[in-house]
Design a protein around this ligand. Structure first.
Ligand code: UFG
Length: 338
């Protein structure tokens, strides 16, 4: 299938492009590099041995998006492109609603203009709010604490209405905590500035770029007092997109949500220790105060994706740490040096 991957130069997008090629599909990347680097494109080409078609465009521009779809004529879209920093979304809600909603609306409209019938939307476990764990897709009311999370809920609802009106096929993929990197060490997560998320922060401490990790809270009601999350390897996540794509393209699904997680709860300190083990490098840390908005425990019930897509995340926490370390240690400045 010819698949337009919006945000295909980003962290999850780039890994998904590689898995699409591996599965025999033809990805086309569109990105505006607002949170990614052009250097990733050569790396993707190196891994896949192909020259992947690429377009630079801002999808909030509906006219340009219509032109892009007219030129590319995709059979399916995987829509990753969006702003994703939870804290920033609290400070700049209008920027988040404008950017994330406008780009999703442009994409949905452009699909209609060229008769493209399949879309995979990059959603998040944040739509479950502080729901019961393990979180499953049947939770009746979606809710989120942040404007970022609310854009995910709203776009899920927009696509549900579009599917009902125009008979398109929609997969809503709710990610838990994607980490890790491609085993080649050529692509990985390359955050701009100080990382917000745990794994890239740990990797930069191990690499000597930052002095120590601050663990946000050691007094939660969890086995070691630190928060529990469901970390999954980004290549497993990328494979989940290929499975979901192949499922909805059969035409039997109108709208379906699938959790992509491992169903395992792992603490912050377990990640720190696993990273030390995998890298052989010390990761100094201090326990600091809790971070506003953090939930103590978030993990998936991944059984729907297993039963309906035939997908399970097989890579372990040790794999996630080893692959992150390979990427971090061979690219200390991310893509900026390339
Ligand atoms: N953490 C630290 N120190 C750090 C960074 C993180 O202790 O420097 C802790 C956090 O407090 C949390 C855990 O590591 O307990 C994981 O934090 P991340 O920021 O890596 O991930 P979150 O679970 O907070 O965020 C994820 C996604 C968001 C999504 C959010 C809510 O990255 O996109 O879940 O579902 F919105």
């Amino acid at each position: 299938m010819k698949v337009l991957v919006t945000g295909g130069a980003g962290y999850i997008g780039s890994h998904t492009v590689v898995q699409l090629v591996e599965a025999g599909h033809e990805p086309v990347i569109v990105d505006n590099f607002v949170n990614s680097s052009p250097g990733v494109l050569d790396r993707i080409n190196e891994i896949t041995g192909r020259e992947i078609e690429f377009h630079e465009a801002d999808l909030t521009d509906v006219k340009k998006t219509l032109q892009l779809f007219d030129e590319v004529r995709p059979e399916a879209v995987i829509h990753f492109a969006s702003l994703k920093a939870v804290g920033e979304s609290v400070e700049k809600p209008l920027m988040y609603f404008r950017n994330n909603l406008d780009s999703a609306l442009s994409v949905a409209e452009a699909m209609g203009s060229v008769g493209c019938q399949n879309i995979i939307f990059s959603s998040s476990a944040t739509v479950y709010g502080d729901g019961d764990v393990p979180m499953n897709e049947n939770q009746e009311y979606l809710r989120s604490d942040s404007p970022y999370g609310r854009t995910k809920i709203m776009i899920e609802q927009i696509l549900t209405d579009v599917a009902a009106a125009h008979s398109i096929h929609v997969a809503l993929l709710r990610y838990f905590n994607p980490v890790g990197a491609h085993e080649s060490g050529l692509i990985g997560e390359d955050p701009l500035g100080i990382p917000n998320n745990l794994m890239p922060y740990v990797a930069q401490v191990a690499a000597g770029r930052r002095e120590r990790l601050t663990v946000h809270g050691g007094d939660y009601d969890t086995p070691d007092g630190t928060c529990l999350r469901d970390y999954l390897h980004v290549v497993d996540l990328a494979e989940g997109h290929v499975k979901a794509l192949e499922c909805i393209a059969e035409g039997n699904v109108s709208v379906r949500a699938w959790n992509l997680g491992r169903g395992r709860a792992v603490s912050v300190l377990e990640i720190v220790h696993a990273f030390k083990e995998a890298s052989g490098v010390d990761v100094p840390y201090v326990i600091g105060p809790r971070r506003a908005g953090d939930l103590p425990s978030v993990w998936a019930d991944p059984s729907r994706a297993r039963d309906e897509l035939g997908w399970t995340a097989e890579r372990t926490v040790a794999d996630m740490c080893a692959d992150t370390w390979r990427w971090q240690s061979s690219n200390p400045d991310g893509y900026r040096a390339s």
